[in-house]
Design a protein around this ligand. Structure first.
Ligand SMILES: [Ca+2]
Length: 481
């Protein structure tokens, strides 16, 4: 992607001469606009005026108060950073409010990354049966993890009669470890393949669980079986009263092996990814109670009994984890994009959905093809990065040095710094070309504020009143560290 408009940050100096005379000499020295010492280029046609007012304790600004405004463009494009190496088949990720990253490894361990380091001792071990595609898979934190400490896992186990089954269990975070294993949902049909097992709490507070057909395709059409379904349950494992089928956990059916689960950040629509057989990997938007066709049909069958996918992929890429990008550190053009990983296809795919309802595909982009090998999980984290994992040690890949790895998408280095000052009333106006910008207002006397803005076309953007606050710096979307 081209880097655009890197050098067009420009201030429009609105200070009137009379006001200048009222300001202290110290403030006068600081007033002006520069860009790392370079002359400011002329703004091209199409810039937007970004305006607002800094809230001042008194107007004009009291003696000694100097307010700096800094602007940096976040260029188009992304880079990949390695977070940790040495994982074994990482399958799913969860992000604790205190910054820890919990990672399931399919052989049955939960690992923890703390302050950028993979802890040697597992956070928890689970007695999972790791055979072919099965094992310890999904992980999700309770919406009130900070208060309750609950986390949920989905894994394959063997019962007394030797059958492979899946279950959802709850652990409790205590003294830096996952303890107190309790079964929430038991004896779901399982197999060495097609176990689904992606779990996520939805915006409604219920736990959604994807289940594969456990290599018995007809189970996906059997509403009395939990195989080949997306399930919706309470945090205790019960069926919510408003589930589509009375007293049933089934939310949707007719699925083969759904591996990804994510909600659109704006519409709240639930999207899943699912593996096709020899054709038709699918991305589906879920409507409660609907039938997605497996094994009667795959792909867009235009059969009124079934809902068609919004995207099907032939040849298949072994579509896996899924996430929506929202409110993070990447350029604004990524907002609302649907991301999924591909195992066999060995890439990350970026899907731009068509406004206004975001229920069809506008364009797609294949990223990092064969660069990192097989990719499994992808998640949007509260720290603004998009994390994803390799799966080269899963028996179907070619492990490379450092595998498996936790990686993340990060923005490219920001553009040159441009500085401005507001006038004595706190008013400011910046002319910015289309792009994504990180703005920062700072005063040694008053504190600081940060705001990310997207400039799409010419016109005016009114940021309103900017209030400078003191206190610990928190993450702001797109903040540079
Ligand atoms: Ca289907």
């Amino acid at each position: 992607m081209p880097a655009i408009f890197n050098n067009t940050i420009k201030s429009r100096n609105r200070l009137k001469p009379l006001l200048w005379a009222a300001l202290l000499p110290a403030l006068l020295v600081a007033v002006g606009c520069y860009q790392d010492g370079a002359p400011t280029p002329a703004a091209p046609v199409g810039t937007a005026a970004v305006e607002g007012r800094v809230l001042l304790p008194a107007q004009p600004a009291p003696a000694g108060v100097v307010i700096n405004i800094e602007a940096r463009e976040i260029p188009e494009g992304v880079r990949v950073e390695t977070v940790v190496e040495g994982l074994e088949i990482p399958w799913d990720l969860a992000f604790a409010p205190d910054g820890r990253i919990l990672i399931t490894e399919r052989p049955g361990r939960i690992r923890v990354v703390q302050d950028g380091t993979l802890q040697a001792a597992p956070y928890a071990t689970v007695n999972a049966v790791h055979q072919s595609e099965s094992g310890l898979m999904g992980i999700a934190l309770h919406p009130d993890f900070a208060g309750k400490g609950y986390l949920y896992v989905c894994y394959t186990y063997r019962d007394d009669s030797g059958r492979l089954l899946n279950r959802v269990a709850r652990l409790t975070d205590r003294a830096g470890a996952g303890t107190d294993h309790r079964i929430i949902l038991d004896a779901i049909p399982g197999a060495s393949r097609h176990d689904g097992c992606r779990i996520r709490f939805g915006p409604d507070g219920y736990l959604y669980v994807t289940m594969g057909d456990a290599i018995v395709p007809e189970l996906a059409q059997d509403l009395d079986s939990l195989a080949g379904k997306v399930l919706r349950l309470t945090a205790e494992g019960a069926a919510p009263a408003d589930n589509p089928f009375p007293d049933s956990l089934v939310y949707t059916y007719g699925h083969r092996n759904p591996q990804g689960l994510a909600w659109h950040p704006e519409t709240g629509d639930l999207f899943i990814t699912e593996h096709g057989p020899d054709r038709d990997d699918e991305v589906n938007r879920l409507e409660p109670g609907s039938n997605y066709g497996w094994p009667e049909v795959t792909g867009a069958a235009a059969d009124p009994r079934f809902l068609d996918p919004l995207l099907s992929l032939t040849p298949t890429v072994a579509i896996a984890g899924a996430a929506f990008y929202s409110q993070g550190r990447l350029p604004q053009s990524w907002e609302g994009n649907f991301l999924f990983t591909a195992l066999k296809g060995a890439h990350l795919q970026r899907v731009v959905l068509a406004p206004p309802d975001f229920r069809s595909v506008q364009s797609r982009e294949i990223l990092f093809k064969n660069e990192f090998g097989r990719l499994r999980a992808v998640e949007m984290a509260p720290d603004g990065y998009v994390y994803f994992t390799t799966s080269n040690r899963d028996g179907r890949g070619r492990p490379r040095a450092g595998d498996d790895r936790l990686l993340r998408l990060a923005p490219l280095p920001p553009g040159p710094l441009a500085r401005f000052q507001p006038d004595a009333q706190g008013n400011f106006s910046l002319e910015l070309a289309p792009g994504t910008y990180q703005l920062r207002w700072e005063s040694a006397e008053l504190g600081s504020a940060e705001r990310r803005i997207a400039v799409r076309d010419a016109g005016k953007i009114d940021l309103g009143v900017i209030e400078l606050t003191r206190g610990d710096k928190v993450f702001h979307p797109g903040a540079t560290e």
